[in-house]
Design a binder for this molecule. Sequence first.
Ligand SMILES: [Zn+2]
Length: 268
Amino acid sequence: MTKHLYRTLTWPEVRERAQQRAVIVIPVAAIEQHGHHLPIDVDNVLVEHVTEEAARRSEGLILTAPMIHYGFNEHNMGFPGTISIREYVFIDFCYDVAHSFTRQGFTRIVFVNGHGSNQMLCNLAARRINNTTSALAGAVAHWALAKEAVDRLRESEFPGGMAHACEFETAMYLHIKPELVDMSKAGDRETPSRQNRFVYDDLFGSGPVHMVNRWSRISESGVEGDPRLATPEKGKAFAECAIENLVEFCRLFRSYQTPPDRDFNYHP
Ligand SMILES: [Zn+2]
């Protein structure tokens, strides 16, 4: 079987896979509090499952890179367990990882992110690849790839019901590593970011005003949403949808044409 994890290749194999135009998937996550009922590695576990499983099923199309474990998390430092990387350091780090792939001849790179606050930074790192190399990079959150399944199964209120350590994340973890979830500590519903019709957060649509407060000011448990609505069956459906969509996107992405740069400026 074709190897699907980048870290298991030898260097001649890396060269061969670049030649075959494998799509590089870079999982990006965070170590942060996820309430009383989930471990601090939720973002790592979820994104690892989706990206590694997509690569395994892709028959050589996708190579999944080793994960970027830590994320941009200053807003959560009021809770124990959280590790935060400064925003500019994080963008540069993500860019350097992706850029290293382009230097080996890979031309299609996707950041698959598992932590909300990383998203805008992953977007910028991907854009910097497009602006500075001949390769193409994109960035997506794994929950955005699960949207069809969420639309079908979601019971949480909108907005705020699916945001953090919520129905979505708890269900996914229950599917992947149920032995580490303590549902007896799942607690009550909390929607701390829902301030008014301009300011709220949800994995599936945030308010028009982007304003992320320091989390310990507004949250008691660290949760945003209602984890009690989570089931392993929902988690399986979310995960399967994200995996299938990631494989399909990578297939489309590989076939993108990249016409040469043009310069329409007037040059006297
Ligand atoms: Zn999370």
